[in-house]
Design a protein around this ligand. Structure first.
Ligand SMILES: [Zn+2]
Length: 179
């Protein structure tokens, strides 16, 4: 990824933080997760400034990278803990809000972050495995887009409708933006 690609400004990073907090509230309400159970989901949301080169991709709005750590003081090799790093791709997100003038950064980020959090919840609850064949991945994408839509359509977030319209096709056939 060449370094001249656009990154979020300090103001935009503040919008990211706000979107993460609101997305966490929506996801915990939807799945009825307590604060403790939310913490146990073991994830973090980062932007390009905090990503390693191998976590940056060209053609996705975000990707999830899974890290596995053996639990401390454990003698069992199988006793591992999954950590999910939600890697926002600034350079893919920014052109959308530039190109589609009706789409604002905050609701767009809300969609992207909620979508990735739904993936994480489903991985951690073993409703979906991390590595699956392409056809299963596609089916999971459709499910996750539908859940995300349901979550956001009722949430009364300013500027959300154009974002839901933008994603309409992804709910049926998400062929290029995965995961
Ligand atoms: Zn996805």
């Amino acid at each position: 990824m060449p370094t001249e690609n656009p990154k979020f400004s300090a103001d935009q990073i503040a919008v990211v933080s706000r979107a993460v907090a609101t997305a966490e509230d929506l996801v915990s309400d939807y799945y009825k997760l307590s604060a403790t159970r939310m913490r146990r989901l073991n994830y973090d949301v980062k932007t390009v400034s905090d990503l390693f080169p191998n976590e940056i991709v060209a053609d996705h709005f975000a990707q999830i990278v899974r890290y596995r750590a053996e639990k401390k003081n454990s003698l069992l090799k199988t006793d591992v803990e999954d950590f999910y790093k939600i890697c926002l791709q600034d350079h893919s997100i920014l052109p959308v809000v530039t190109r589609f003038t009706e789409i604002e950064l905050h609701p767009f980020l809300m969609y992207v972050i909620c979508h990735e959090l739904v993936h994480v919840v489903r991985f951690q609850r073993f409703e979906q495995q991390f590595h699956v064949p392409q056809d299963q991945k596609q089916a999971e994408e459709i499910r996750v887009h539908r859940i995300t839509h349901e979550m956001l359509a009722g949430a009364n977030i300013a500027g959300m409708q154009p974002v839901l319209d933008f994603y309409e096709n992804w709910r049926n056939a998400p062929d290029m933006f995965m995961p």
